[in-house]
Design a protein around this ligand. Structure first.
Ligand SMILES: [Zn+2]
Length: 158
């Protein structure tokens, strides 16, 4: 079940990428551009501080967000994948690391919010793709109050 949601999440992101006309978020950029983007988006209050960013060795093929920050594979140096990893950082901050599914409904809701706000990807397009892919998602916007309410609801419901 967990793997199925993860695969649906990856499939959703792939489909959103395929259908987005502005290709800029998917093109690889240099380290400086990634850092500038991180400073810009994390100072809007979602995280309170900017996580560290490390680029993995040549040949690494996967990226992840951990306690020490975000580690990107060299082939993943674009704003779309970086935003995916930032969504993991925000989920960990708001819900507690390991307390919700890594690519679960909270993660998808936060990623969707970040893709819309920071990359200009259409929410309608993302919602359509999520529904067509039967992806479980929370329809969130990251205003602080909304997020506090979302976390409170989640805590009450568990
Ligand atoms: Zn992920």
């Amino acid at each position: 079940m967990r793997d199925s949601q993860r695969q649906k999440c990856y499939d959703w992101e792939w489909e959103v990428k395929r259908l987005t006309e502005d290709r800029a978020p998917f093109h690889n950029v240099d380290y400086k551009a990634l850092r500038e983007y991180m400073y810009k988006v994390t100072w809007q209050g979602d995280l309170g501080k900017t996580p560290a960013l490390t680029i993995k060795r040549a040949g690494s093929t996967w990226s992840h967000a951990g306690w020490d920050g975000i580690r990107l594979a060299p082939s993943h140096m674009n704003l779309y994948i970086l935003t995916h990893e930032l969504a993991h950082c925000i989920v960990a901050r708001w819900f507690g690391r390991g307390r919700v599914q890594a690519h679960g409904r909270e993660f998808v809701g936060i990623a969707m919010h970040l893709y819309e706000r920071n990359l200009g990807i259409s929410r309608e397009l993302m919602l359509d793709c999520a529904r067509q892919g039967n992806l479980d998602f929370a329809n969130l916007r990251l205003r602080k109050k909304d997020m506090e309410d979302a976390v409170a609801r989640w805590r009450r419901g568990r």
